[in-house]
Design a protein around this ligand. Structure first.
Ligand SMILES: Nc1ncnc2c1ncn2[C@@H]1O[C@H](COP(=O)(O)OP(=O)(O)O)[C@@H](O)[C@H]1O
Ligand SMILES: [Mg+2]
Length: 193
């Protein structure tokens, strides 16, 4: 029900002055994450994106913004081309952390994932549109246990998905991450149609 085929992006880190010598700290189906610098006390990472949808999610002027969305520090442009067939884009964003096993952010994340998964089962006969309808279901079904900002973020994700032809991916645990201060962040909530 997700885009998770378990296949990590096989590409080497692109040769680029900003990336050379940096440590890889994460990798997914479409993205390589390298540890960045600490600037004014805030740790950053470089995300090397091979999905135009992810690039839009991080850089589009009308991308979702708010307490639950990742902060972009710089858009460093293109660095070659990935085996996925699209350009590699380098963005510099705030460093985020895996959700712990318990706590407020983890509880909200679990609630979002399970509600989304249940809605997907409810709408699974809609095939390709299932994910977007399931997200809409979450948006119009106020749920006990998360606040207005979370509800508004889900709404903003819905608007972005519709605008950019993106599909939600709210089931995979590591697509929801956390700031040091415990705020839940939608790190990688969409993928390409
Ligand atoms: N801002 C970040 N800070 C630290 N690690 C990150 C950050 N974003 C992603 N990661 C790590 O890198 C992995 C891949 O990133 P993700 O954005 O999920 O890529 P993909 O689009 O390939 O799924 C994540 O599972 C997570 O462990
Ligand atoms: Mg991911």
């Amino acid at each position: 029900m997700t885009n998770d085929c378990g296949e990590l992006l096989p590409d080497p880190i692109p040769d680029h002055p900003l990336l050379n010598g940096r440590v890889e700290i994460g990798r997914g189906e479409n993205t390589i994450v390298l540890d960045g610098d600490v600037v004014d006390g805030q740790a950053r990472v470089f995300k090397v994106l091979s999905s135009p949808t992810d690039y839009a999610y991080y850089t589009a002027p009308d991308r979702p913004i708010g307490p639950h969305f990742p902060i972009l520090y710089a858009d460093h442009g293109v660095a070659g081309r990935s085996s996925r067939g699209f350009p590699f884009y380098i963005v510099e964003v705030e460093k985020l952390y895996p959700l712990p096993g318990s706590g407020n952010a983890a509880e909200i994340a679990t609630k979002i994932s399970t509600s989304y998964f249940d809605a997907c089962r409810m709408w699974r006969n809609l095939a390709q549109d299932m994910g977007r309808i399931a997200l809409h279901h979450l948006v119009v079904t106020p749920t006990m246990g998360w606040d207005d900002a979370v509800q508004q973020s889900l709404k903003a994700l819905e608007v972005f998905s519709n605008e950019y032809g993106a599909l939600p991916d709210l089931i995979k645990a590591d697509n929801l991450m956390m700031r040091i201060d415990g705020t839940l962040v939608f790190s990688d909530p969409v993928f390409m149609e």
